[in-house]
Design a protein around this ligand. Structure first.
Ligand SMILES: *Cc1c(COP(=O)(O)O)cnc(C)c1O
Length: 402
């Protein structure tokens, strides 16, 4: 290929194309060509945004609430978030300690730009959400991957964490319930993280986007409840994408120490300005209105989780940790990687995902995208019929390998 006239910025060398794209692009092309694709690769609820939230969005348009807003979001939305957090969690923030942004991912991006730079190391429990390492790298910092093991239900092991912490450690990203594993960090693990964070002056980034989709009874263990002293060095990332089925509206929010939020506002003011005015009004209806929608959603996911777990663990050689929250399962399919179909060995999670797509029209996300090649992610935000059909196809596909 000829060298193009315009060279790209050096930072583009840091970012690899997502390994999920190959499977995704193929799934789309197959579907367009009429194939009966069952899509278990989606990372969003299979619910519509609730009516009262949509109505608030429509009303905002009719009211011509269509101009720039304050950079960190409209005051009434930030106040509603403050109130919701005080009521639901007992955490007290001021509106100046809240930034509304263009989705949870954007909150993470603003945070990383404000806090991390060359020489900083950020601990990332692995399997991780796909966007954590690149966002840390785009800030010039170094992601340090801390392995979690399937045997301990993907809980954080403090002894392992200690091995990866150095004098350069500036922060840690927690995501509990986790995407892709659905695992919830134990009180014991979080207590150990809290001790290390206090001793090392780490910033704790808590991505709580799945905190309304929790299947176990009792409160979700949270580092801020375990160690309230950490409030001055913790950023909470959340949003309405998952809890109110609002992925396309692009509203996330972050809460944390005022000087950090103020810096994130500076970044936001020079990049995206305010998040969409209309979407903010819709998010206001979600945050300040009735909270039964996330509860209903969770109740509808539970039988689907139980069914898919029962099916997966009944397959010879397959293990799968029961997710405590979110809507993903992360089965270990690596026993099948040494097997072949029509003389071609699967080899890895990408090979497995490609095989399931080509052979059985099942779209999944290979574990390598989350830094864990033994696994493949299935979303169970699909109908029970689709899950049943999908598991039948999976069993057949695996049994036809030799
Ligand atoms: C979906 C998700 C988010 C937020 O996504 P947005 O669409 O940007 O709001 C953040 N963290 C994790 C782990 C997620 O799965």
């Amino acid at each position: 290929m000829d060298t193009p006239i315009i060279a790209l910025a050096d930072r583009m060398k840091l970012i690899k194309p997502s390994p999920t794209l190959a499977v995704n692009a193929k799934a789309k092309a197959m579907k367009a060509a009429g194939a009966d694709i069952l899509n278990f690769s989606v990372g969003e609820p299979d619910f519509d945004t609730p009516d009262h939230v949509c109505a608030a969005g429509k009303q905002a348009i009719d009211d011509r609430f269509t101009r720039y807003t304050a950079v960190p979001g409209i005051p009434e939305l930030r106040e509603a978030i403050v109130k919701r957090f005080a009521e639901d969690k007992g955490w007290h923030y001021t509106p100046e300690q809240v930034q509304v942004c263009c989705g949870g991912k954007h909150g993470l991006y603003n945070m990383a730009q404000a806090l991390f730079g060359p020489g900083d190391e950020v601990l990332i429990p692995t399997p991780y959400w796909v966007s954590y390492p690149p966002i840390i790298q785009l800030a010039g910092a170094t992601p340090v991957l801390v392995p979690l093991s399937e045997e301990s239900d993907f809980d954080l092991n403090p002894d392992v964490l200690r091995k990866y912490a150095t004098s350069k450690t500036k922060g840690i990203i927690l995501n509990s319930p986790s995407n892709p594993t659905g695992s919830i960090f134990s009180e014991k693990a979080l207590k150990a993280v809290a001790e290390m964070a206090l001793a090392g002056n780490w910033v704790v980034i808590s991505d709580d986007i799945y905190d309304t989709i929790v299947y176990d009874d009792g409160p979700l263990p949270h580092i801020l409840n375990i160690e309230p002293k950490l409030k001055d060095q913790t950023i909470i990332l959340n949003g309405v994408s998952k809890s109110f089925a609002m992925t396309g509206w692009r509203i996330g929010y972050s809460l944390g120490p005022q000087h950090i939020i103020a810096s994130m506002n500076k970044i936001q003011s020079q990049s995206t300005s305010n998040p969409s005015s209309v979407a903010q009004k819709a998010a206001l209806a979600a945050v300040s209105g009735p909270q039964d929608f996330p509860l209903k959603m969770k109740e509808s996911f539970l039988p689907r989780r139980d069914f898919i777990i029962q099916e997966l663990t009944s397959i010879d050689g397959v293990t799968c940790v029961v997710p405590g929250g979110a809507f993903y399962v992360f089965p270990n399919l690596s026993k099948y990687y040494s097997k072949s179909f029509e003389g071609k060995q699967l080899k890895d999670s990408l090979g497995m995902s490609e095989y399931l797509l080509e052979k059985s029209f099942l779209a999944t996300v290979p574990g390598v995208a989350f830094g864990a090649d033994e696994f493949v992610r299935f979303s169970f935000a699909a109908s029970m019929e689709e899950i049943k059909e999908g598991m039948t196809r999976l069993k057949k596909a695996l049994s036809e390998l030799s």
